[in-house]
Write a protein that binds this ligand. Structure first.
Ligand code: SAM
Ligand code: SF4
Length: 333
């Protein structure tokens, strides 16, 4: 019997993001520093068995329907298909879970097929620029060609849809909004433009570096007319359809039009800390509870207590906003 996991504002949790590693083969400027990241010792990172047990509690006790693997870069975790197979086998009252992953795409050519065979359903691949020099500046890795090939590999392996995540920053890649839209149209992938959030490790985020949804939509609409598809609901992206039928784009306006009121999402960090918001300042250590021998019901009680503390919304741009002590790669974006 599942019960709803509902917070004190009436939002029911359906979506769980699990960071499976804090490590990464890129060093994107909006996420990590070039050097000096302190990695978690392996003994403090959740094992596959621990991830599976927590996932089963979220699905079995609380009817969570979607799980997304993230990081850090999830594909740097050894034997990833083994984890995917374990999670793909989890079913709730609503049927098998919607299992997806967010990746930088650099190794997708190598892993796409085995992940698909293991039961992964969908992938989002990050791509912020189509310019090789700029890609190197933004990710500190000369891997544009491998990522583009990784996107093709994901399509060939049968992932559908393949979505592209593009973080837009003022004076960095804002001049490529239309080029990225064109890429999406030509390659049959849905590009989702993400507003830059104050979660970069180096603390360089400033409000004037955010390119907002209205500006993104106007830039695309001027070249390819679009119309909004439907109300956003719990999904973070507002979606827009090309009037000529060439597909859809998404915009994730976390800063200019926060969607906190409909948020149905919670997160687990790689070290098994439970977070009820990207911007939460509190974490609840579920891994220690598992390792101390607590039963599923005891762990579930911790989850319920944590969810009851979920905020109404983040306070970016307000005077009382406090940046979380962790950056995106440590939180699980
Ligand atoms: N390494 C994988 C990747 O890059 O796709 C998964 C983890 S990454 C932290 C998840 C997503 O967060 C990526 O799409 C990335 O572009 C996005 N992201 C990272 N830092 C961000 C920031 N400061 N603001 C907005 N999005 C960010
Ligand atoms: Fe790595 Fe993803 Fe962060 Fe880039 S955004 S540094 S690929 S975790």
């Amino acid at each position: 019997m599942t019960t709803d996991l509902t917070d004190s504002y009436g939002r029911t949790i359906k979506d769980l993001r699990i960071s499976i590693t804090d490590r990464c083969n890129f060093r994107c400027t909006y996420c990590m520093p070039e050097e000096g990241m302190k990695w978690l010792p392996r003994s403090e990172v959740m094992t596959f068995e621990e991830i599976e047990r927590l996932a089963r509690i979220f699905v079995g006790h609380y009817g969570v329907t979607g799980i997304r693997l993230t990081g850090g870069e999830p594909t740097v975790r050894a034997h990833l298909p083994v984890l995917v197979q374990k999670l793909a086998g989890i079913s709730g009252e609503a049927g098998p879970i919607d299992l997806s992953m967010t990746t930088n795409g650099a190794t997708m050519r190598l892993v796409a097929e085995s992940l698909r065979e293991a039961g992964l359903k969908r992938v989002n691949i990050s791509l912020d620029t189509l310019d090789r020099e700029k890609f190197l500046r933004m990710t500190r890795r000369d891997e544009l060609e491998r990522v583009l090939d990784g996107i093709e590999a994901a399509k060939q392996a049968g992932f559908d849809p393949v979505k592209i995540n593009a973080v837009v920053q003022r004076d960095v890649n804002e001049n490529e909004i239309v080029d990225l839209a064109t890429y999406g149209r030509e390659h049959g992938v849905e590009v989702r433009f993400i507003e830059f959030m104050p979660l970069d490790a180096e603390g360089h985020w400033m409000n004037d570096k955010v390119v907002g949804q209205d500006e993104i939509v106007a830039a695309i609409n001027a070249v390819y007319p679009i119309e909004q598809v439907r109300a956003r609901g719990a999904a973070p992206a507002d979606r827009f359809r090309y009037l000529d039928g060439a597909g859809v784009i998404g915009v994730i306006p976390s800063v200019t039009k926060p969607f906190c009121g409909n948020c149905d999402r919670v997160r687990l960090t790689a070290e098994g800390d439970f977070r009820t918001c990207l911007f939460a300042t509190d974490e609840f250590d579920l891994l220690s509870a598992l390792r101390a021998g607590e039963t599923d019901d005891q762990v579930a009680a911790r989850i319920e207590a944590a969810v009851s503390t979920k905020w109404a919304g983040h306070r970016i741009n307000q005077v009382n906003f406090i940046r979380p002590g962790k950056s995106m790669s440590q939180l699980g974006g």
